[in-house]
Design a protein around this ligand. Structure first.
Ligand code: AMP
Ligand code: GLY
Length: 415
């Protein structure tokens, strides 16, 4: 089976790596990165529109295309491939609007009785300021469109709320602030049913102890203890399955959840898998992925299962100096081979081959991923591997997974 992975980040390296383990799978990536090049054939692209991906898929005669990032989904890559008779795993553009517009998503939750934070949609700043009186502080102010995690402000008082409303633009959502444990619940969907992945937790702020601005994600871990069997069923029955049925959703459906005293509530949906959550999740996946994604495109998921290692896994992201603000690229990277001799898996995100070897090419550069018999062991292992890797300006959080350690009383680690 020839499988094409669309995208070029750490999530796509993890997808390509895992898919390449399936017997008979020949994996391609477009455009891919130096990491995917180790497990797949990177395809040159003349551009980055759905039409360019279609040309690449045709040129390589692929049997199945798996889409990593949201942008091509929102642009209709799935609609185009299907219209041309090509098999693709992902949601069509109409369903991708669940991620592309927060207003659309909130109205969808309301219509289908899906638990979420109380909210008010506002078409302009004046309306939003008038609506503030209906909320307690802190209040959450969200811009409507795709904003790579940067369109959300948690305003502590009215003056912060007014400033956020002014800076975030016209179409806004005001939302009740929810308290609880935040986690990522991702499911593979075939339009009728859903096969959930294990739970995971992201670390969105750039600095330790959740300080500093939001990023795409500075690290993640997966530990089955994040959710009980009862909670998993509740999430499937009240959030995932109603969405799959209402939209005939195909692809990865990612629910960003808050586990509140009042049960799980959706903060947001993404219509793709998480980055970096995919890296520790696929590190734990023991059964094949290609077979399952293929079955999903045949609406045959009910015949499939996923087998998981019971060992927790951790991914620590190494980022370029300055990220998530402005950063430089082109810094030589050393030590990946040493990190991998410890048994760590190093997923590439923002890397490229320069004239003198591997160098940085993006904000999030690498995702060092390990599993261990305990969460503490997985964390220790990941940081030992991280310390082998060097590039100018490199920075990373030193507390990935620490929340889990205190929750499970595993004590502290030596990082
Ligand atoms: P979003 O892009 O909607 O996922 O929001 C980004 C981040 O803001 C989330 O990961 C949460 O940490 C936080 N957040 C968003 N909405 C809420 C809410 N209603 N209550 C508490 N925190 C929130
Ligand atoms: N890790 C957050 C995301 O993929 O949106």
């Amino acid at each position: 089976m020839r499988i094409l992975v669309i995208g070029s980040g750490g999530r796509e390296h993890a997808l390509a790596w895992k898919l390449a383990h399936s017997p008979g799978a020949e994996v391609y990536a477009a455009p891919g990165n130096p990491g995917t090049a180790q497990v797949a054939v990177n395809l040159p692209l003349a551009g980055a529109t759905p039409k360019h991906y279609l040309e690449a898929a045709r040129a390589a005669a692929v049997d199945l295309t798996v889409v990593g990032p949201e942008a091509p989904l929102v642009e209709g890559i799935v609609d185009l491939f299907r219209a041309e008779g090509l098999r693709i795993f992902g949601p069509p553009a109409a369903a991708a609007a669940l991620e592309g517009s927060k207003l659309y998503a909130k109205r969808f939750f309301e219509r289908h009785g899906i638990p979420t934070a109380r909210f008010q949609a506002c078409e302009n700043a004046a309306e939003a300021i008038a609506a503030l009186s209906r909320f307690h502080y802190p209040v959450v102010v969200k811009a409507d469109g795709l904003a790579a995690g940067k369109g959300v402000v948690i305003a502590q008082d009215e003056s912060e709320a007014r400033a956020a409303i002014t800076s975030l633009g016209n179409r806004l959502v005001l939302e009740e602030f929810l308290q609880g444990e935040e986690l990522s619940f991702i499911a593979i969907c075939d339009g009728v049913t859903a096969l959930p992945l294990e739970p995971s937790q992201d670390h969105k702020r750039v600095f330790d102890n959740d300080q500093g601005p939001n990023t795409g994600g500075m690290g993640a871990y997966s530990d089955s203890r994040l959710l009980s069997a009862l909670q998993r069923d509740q999430i499937l029955e009240t959030i995932i399955l109603p969405t799959v049925r209402a939209t005939r959703f195909t692809g990865f459906l990612y629910a960003g959840l808050m586990m509140t005293g009042d049960g799980p509530k959706v903060l947001e949906f993404n219509v793709r898998s998480g980055d970096p959550e995919t890296q520790p999740l696929l590190h734990r996946l023991q059964s094949g992925l290609a077979e399952v994604l293929w079955a999903a495109t045949e609406q045959n998921l009910h015949s499939q299962r996923l087998d998981w290692s019971p060992e927790p896994s951790v991914c620590v992201v190494l980022a370029s100096g300055g990220y998530p603000g402005a950063y430089q690229t082109g810094a030589p990277i050393s030590g990946i081979a040493e990190a991998e001799t410890t048994g760590a898996m190093v997923f590439h995100a923002g890397t490229r081959q320069g004239p003198a070897g591997l160098e940085t090419a993006g904000g999030r550069v690498l995702g060092v991923t390990c599993s261990g018999p305990t969460l503490a062991a997985a964390i220790d292992h990941a940081y030992a591997a991280v310390r082998c890797i060097h590039f100018r300006g490199a920075h990373y959080r030193t507390d990935i997974g620490r929340r889990g350690l205190s929750r499970y009383n595993e004590g502290s680690v030596g990082t």
